[in-house]
Ligand binder design. Structure first.
Ligand code: A2P
Length: 336
């Protein structure tokens, strides 16, 4: 069977990658329907080597859509995802609009694929990019050794904030090298040659919403409300690929050798852990444009008897967003 697949936000950084990954993985597409706002309706995007015209989401009738991949922000999802689901489509939503609702499954394809089958509202939520890559690596360790606590600092690339953020980093970098004022627009302060310890809005507890996503989503996806997560989320001047310095505390001690061996046979993970210059993953050398979650710098915590440190890097637009969404679509397609 082939499926009519809509991509909502098809002109964006994630939407464009959804289109290319659907083609690359030979998803059984009958008709591809790129949707965006009125601004880019009528323009063309590429799918499988041909040009396809973008339609206006606001006036589009979803009745013939089988599967809809949404990546156009939370407010678009809140308004249109229920309409697509009511018209019979399975919605795979990359925004945070429905992630924390009990009747919407939140699924990482390698971690809890079975959860995607239970979707009373016709919506499956795609996790936040930082949680996604962290759990591809940590879920196997949690299953065997029981993770009690996670300390994580993220180093998140600008592509996670969309196309305009990619443009801002490029423009500021070139501008500053030419002695121009950085003129921040998309980020609150200069991002080129800088770091910003602030992603998404501030909440009452002093954490940002991006940080709390790591807490809420880890518990929901692993189905374990007892896991403690202490996050700091930082935006860095990298174009593609998020990195994470992760320190876990486990119930049962896990050695470096055991962790390496376990991760090496875990789906979606590649261990890059040679203790020499360049023997570790970075966004540019390993993650950007690739599908795997790369893990390196595995070492035992000097300050805790059951602590392990890991460095986790992945392409936030691919595994962190578009790839997982397409993998969820593949799970739905496999149901028949
Ligand atoms: P558009 O090109 O019409 O602005 P990014 O995250 O890279 O900024 O991309 C956001 C995506 O979401 C784009 O494809 C954008 O389309 C789309 N989008 C934003 N607002 C709307 C809206 N109100 N209706 C439909 N699509 C939207």
């Amino acid at each position: 069977r082939r499926f009519n697949v809509a991509v909502v936000g098809a002109t964006g950084a994630v939407g464009e990658t959804m289109l290319s990954i659907l083609a690359e993985r030979k998803f059984p597409v009958a008709e591809i329907i790129p949707l965006a706002s009125e601004r880019s309706a009528g323009s063309e995007v590429e799918f499988d080597g041909r040009k396809v015209r973008v339609q206006d989401l606001a006036t589009f009738d979803p009745k013939d859509v089988d599967i809809a991949l949404f990546s156009a922000g939370g407010s678009v999802s809140r308004e249109y995802a229920p309409k697509f689901a009511a018209a019979g489509a399975v919605v795979i939503d990359n925004s945070s609009a429905f992630r924390y609702e009990d009747d919407v499954p939140l699924v990482v394809s390698e971690v809890n694929p079975e959860a995607a089958r239970q979707r009373p509202r016709g919506i499956i939520a795609n996790p936040n990019c930082s949680t996604m890559q962290m759990l591809v690596a940590l879920a196997p360790i949690h299953r065997e050794y029981g993770i009690e606590r996670i300390n994580v600092a993220t180093y998140q690339s600008v592509s996670g904030a969309g196309r305009s953020a990619l443009e801002e980093l490029g423009r500021q970098t070139a501008g500053i090298l030419n002695f121009q004022d950085p003129a921040p627009q998309r980020f609150p302060v200069q991002i080129a040659f800088n770091l910003i310890p602030h992603i998404d809005e501030f909440l009452d507890n002093g954490f940002t919403k991006e940080e709390m996503k790591l807490v809420w989503e880890t518990r929901k996806i692993l189905g374990d409300d007892g896991i403690q997560v202490n996050p700091t989320a930082v935006r860095v001047p990298v174009f593609y690929g998020h990195s994470e310095a992760v320190a876990i505390e486990t119930r049962k001690k896990v050695t470096v050798e055991q962790a390496r061996e376990l991760l090496a046979r875990s789906p979606g993970v590649e261990v890059v852990d040679e203790r020499k210059p360049g023997g570790y993953p970075t966004p540019v050398t390993h993650a950007s444009g690739r599908d795997a979650v790369y893990v390196g710098r595995i070492r035992e915590d000097l300050s805790h008897p059951r602590g392990l440190n890991l460095w986790i890097v992945s392409d936030n637009i691919r595994k962190g967003a578009a790839l997982n969404a397409v993998q969820l679509a593949e799970l739905v397609a496999a149901e028949g």
